[in-house]
Design a protein around this ligand. Structure first.
Ligand code: ISL
Length: 555
């Protein structure tokens, strides 16, 4: 099979299906809804969609708990709807990557229903069952969502491992039968014509079989299951047995991953994944990568995180993102503004991120500058993680005000509010009360308005995507951070031969007179993109207005 590495030219748009577009008035997004918006995506300029899970699922974690990998959850539509969507995407030159969630299944998956029945059930070893220590779990491992990572099952007097919710039992990848089943799932979707996978928590598959207790501060035991002992063997096997036979792409979600880990997952000739998501840059405003522990943002740390991957991921290829369905919205984050300078902030952040080397991932709504949810109480928040963390923090007797602030700030529902298509009651997302509250700012932040307004964020995203497509330097140019120590300005260049692009961003709400160094003579450079009309550049200074971004090129 010839591999075209098409992912290096992809601009990927993530759809979180339950919040994208409801076609049948049940308040829940669906596949026909997605089909109705494909022309919108085509016009935006994206050429690939990552679709969060649409498989059959009890929805304990919004579809990241799968009970049948080869069927569609009925509220999303039918397999015929899916096939039509894929055909309509391909017709428009848009590829489709699916979400592959194989660290765990749903507790309602037939494998788990069997596994639970008895110790000698043929499916027992599909999951990780252990004897407890007296009344306690087998070890002290904790869940990503807080609390213990084990669940007791009275029927057989054993505990099963579940690193996420109790409805998401971890599969036992030591069992070759599990690996063969996963290969069948991959083949099923690839043979339908899908173009690849975003691989959920893929670096957690292999667990250290000693099952020792961990000493880590927060996710206890993580050193025994993050980038575990057999992970590369498992991924290599999936790749050589299935993925390698298709011109498809994979991007692995890999938390707590170093550059060396990245090289192992997605380095040259490794035959595992094409690229990974690292979370260094989304961890700069918290402690230890834990979003509940908020920390003051410093631009220098953000630049350090980007520099690390731009310089260090030498053999690999980066993924470029600032939003997804687990992160809060980017406007208002990283010292930017979700009010006065919302438009400027959103355009600046996108430019700063997407002109780096790698593949851009845009999360639905980011292209119109959607903001965090405006939840009035915790009852309006649905996400299971938020509620489990709330319980955990209460048990720790943390101050109420801290818990509240931390939950509203960190809840994943911030990114999951219904897509704002217009200013009608339910934002054109649905005709009935949606599953999650629509943000009131739909009255002025919506697609309809953005299409009319020439200076909208949406129209800027179109220009930015178009620019990327026509400028080879963005794919190939060497990245250089020109002023890593500056506290307000992020200025980097992309260079190849005699050509150079310079991207300059002001991360503050003040006008800054940025002094250029002697070797930075941009007098003859042309302005290729900016979020302001009149840019002031002379031979020794660039005046940057609040959240201004300017992209210059020497030819
Ligand atoms: O969002 C996080 C913390 O608040 C992350 O730790 C996140 O839970 C982790 O990156 C794993 O995310 C993925 O797997 C989860 C699922 O809930 C997320 O939506 C998914 O992106 C379990 O399948």
């Amino acid at each position: 099979m010839k591999h075209t590495n098409w992912y290096k030219d992809a601009v990927i748009y993530q759809i979180y299906p339950r919040s994208f577009k409801d076609s049948n008035g049940d308040g829940f997004g669906d596949i026909p809804g997605i089909i109705s918006k494909l022309d919108y995506l085509k016009e935006l300029g994206v050429n690939c969609v990552w679709l969060s899970p649409v498989y059959n699922s009890p929805q304990a974690d919004n579809g990241y708990d799968i009970s049948d990998y080869c069927s569609i959850y009925p509220p999303f539509g039918t397999m015929d709807d899916f096939d039509l969507m894929l055909k309509e995407m391909h017709k428009r030159g848009i590829r489709l990557i699916m979400d592959l969630v194989v660290n765990h299944t749903s507790s309602e998956h037939p494998w788990f229903i069997e596994s639970r029945k008895s110790k000698d059930n043929p499916y027992r070893d599909f999951y990780i069952w252990k004897k407890g220590k007296g009344k306690n779990p087998p070890n002290n491992w904790t869940s990503f969502f807080g609390g213990k990572a084990w669940e007791y099952d009275e029927l057989t007097d054993e505990w099963y491992l579940r690193i996420f919710t109790k409805e998401q039992p971890d599969l036992n990848w030591e069992n070759p039968k599990v690996r063969e089943e996963v290969k069948k799932i991959l083949k099923f979707w690839l043979d339908k014509g899908v173009d690849g996978f975003r691989c959920d928590v893929i670096n957690l598959l292999s667990k250290d079989q000693s099952f020792k207790s961990g000493h880590e501060l927060l996710v206890k035991g993580s050193s025994y299951f993050v980038n575990g002992p057999r992970i590369h063997e498992f991924l290599n096997d999936l790749n050589l047995s299935v993925l390698d036979n298709y011109d498809c792409m994979t991007v692995g979600e890999t938390c707590f991953t170093t550059l060396e880990d990245a090289r192992m997952y997605a380095g040259k000739d490794r035959h595992e994944l094409n690229m990974i998501f690292n979370f260094d840059h989304t961890s700069v405003d918290n402690y230890l990568g834990v979003k509940w522990l908020m920390r003051k943002f410093k631009l220098i740390n953000l630049k350090k995180a980007f520099d690390k991957w731009q310089y260090g991921n030498k053999e690999g290829w980066n993924s470029l993102f600032i939003e997804n369905h687990d992160q809060r919205r980017s406007v208002g984050r990283f010292n930017t503004s979700s009010t006065t300078y919302r438009k400027e902030s959103s355009k600046m952040l996108a430019t700063m991120c997407y002109l780096q080397k790698g593949t851009p991932f845009i999360y639905q709504g980011q292209e119109i500058g959607m903001t965090n949810g405006d939840f009035a109480s915790l009852d309006e928040i649905q996400d299971t993680e938020t509620h489990t963390i709330n319980e955990t923090m209460k048990k720790m007797h943390l101050p109420k005000s801290f818990i509240k602030k931390s939950l509203y700030n960190g809840t994943r529902d911030n990114a999951r509010t219904p897509m704002q298509w217009d200013d009608s009651k339910y934002a054109g997302f649905s005709t009935k009360t949606p599953w999650l509250k629509v943000n009131e700012n739909k009255s002025f932040i919506n697609v309809k308005e953005s299409l009319i307004d020439e200076n909208s964020i949406l129209n800027y995203f179109k220009k930015l995507i178009e620019y990327r497509k026509n400028e080879p330097l963005i794919k190939d140019g060497v990245y250089l951070d020109l002023d890593p120590k500056n506290k307000n300005v992020y200025i980097y260049s992309r260079k190849k031969d005699n050509e150079e692009i310079v991207c300059i961003s002001n991360f503050s709400d003040r006008t800054i007179k940025y002094k250029l160094k002697k070797n930075q003579n941009y007098k003859d450079y042309q302005i290729k993109l900016s979020n302001y009309q009149n840019n002031e550049i002379d031979s020794s200074f660039i005046t940057l207005k609040p959240y201004e971004v300017v992209v210059l090129k020497n030819k």
